[in-house]
Design a protein around this ligand. Structure first.
Ligand SMILES: C[S@@+](CC[C@H](N)C(=O)[O-])C[C@H]1O[C@@H](n2cnc3c(N)ncnc32)[C@H](O)[C@@H]1O
Length: 285
């Protein structure tokens, strides 16, 4: 794999990962096998046991990762785990290379667990200019700034990204609305359809784009929009949104990801229905 970034000091953020040259959207920036992992829900004892089972040189490597406080060894092992671990399926894992990426609420790269490869991946989700910090999001996007700050305080920092800084007011309006729309989309699944179009789904797509969130959340929103159009009997538009979902999935997860297979199967199902000229019975019609 070509090395496309360098770990360098990042102002006020410890170390961070910076692009060596322009990185096109969809580029695989990193794939890495976890050093170790623990099952969730985890205990401190489980983390300490997993750490103790590592060869000495891996323990030394682990202890070079960022820790919030300089403390005695067991406490430091836990501190490092809490500050650097990522969710990988039903486990939480330490990936020392991925652990160097700092957070942004509007990230330019996407972290994923590829269960087929048993590796984590990091993909560029926009074109990243040269000498630019590559950021991942440690948090779910559908939260206003106050909620994100509370969660991120566990990592010992206050985020100063565009959504937390210069654009905070407008961002909070958008994200508060996203929370409402997301809840509405989930609950509407059991309701009758009165609108001629999947309005909440389409508004969510628009808001995510306005907010600059173009990763996994946008892919899921496209999926919901496709499913919404299918419920409204518009297979042509459903297929159009499913194509967008697949494009985002490939960018975020890579062609070898099972998530891409699932997304492609959804699109094919819609295309087959379209080809057979199936007329769907619209709920409530
Ligand atoms: C997973 S590590 C990231 C790499 C770390 N900066 C290092 O030096 O190894 C997480 C820690 O990085 C710092 N960090 C991450 N994102 C940050 C941000 N947006 N602003 C300030 N500090 C951040 C915090 O100290 C956080 O606990």
């Amino acid at each position: 794999m070509t090395i496309v970034y360098t770990v360098l000091p990042s102002a006020g953020q410890g170390l961070g990962c910076f692009s060596n040259a322009q990185i096109p959207a969809g580029t695989l920036i990193l794939s890495e096998t976890p050093l170790f992992n623990v099952h969730e829900p985890r205990t401190n004892a489980a983390v300490l046991n997993a750490f103790s089972a590592l060869p000495v040189h891996d323990q030394e490597y682990y202890l070079t990762l960022y820790a919030q406080k300089a403390t005695a060894r067991d406490a430091k092992v836990i501190d490092i785990f809490n500050s650097n671990a990522w969710q990988t399926g039903s486990r939480t894992s330490i990936c020392p290379l991925a652990a160097r990426f700092n957070h942004s609420c509007v990230p330019n790269a996407s972290f994923a667990w590829n269960s087929r490869l048993s590796k984590i991946t990091v993909h560029a989700i926009v074109a990243i200019p040269a000498n630019t910090e590559i950021n991942l999001s440690y948090e779910r996007p559908y939260q206003i700034g106050r909620e994100r700050r509370k969660k991120l305080s566990a990592y010992g920092f206050v985020c100063a990204c565009v959504a937390c800084g210069i654009d905070a007011e407008a961002s909070d309006v958008r994200r508060a609305r996203m929370v409402v729309l997301d809840a509405r989309i989930r609950s509407q699944r059991r309701q009758l359809w009165r609108s001629p179009m999947p309005k909440p789904e389409l508004e969510l797509v628009r808001l995510l784009k306005e907010e600059g969130i173009v990763g996994e959340a946008l892919g899921l929103a496209y999926h919901d929009a496709a499913a919404g159009w299918r419920k409204h009997g518009r297979l042509d538009l459903a297929a159009r949104y499913a194509v967008r979902e697949l494009e985002v999935c490939i960018i975020c997860f890579g062609l070898d990801s099972p998530a891409v297979d699932t997304s492609r199967a959804f699109l094919l199902e819609l295309k087959e229905l379209l080809a057979r000229n199936v007329h769907l019975v619209v709920d409530g019609a």
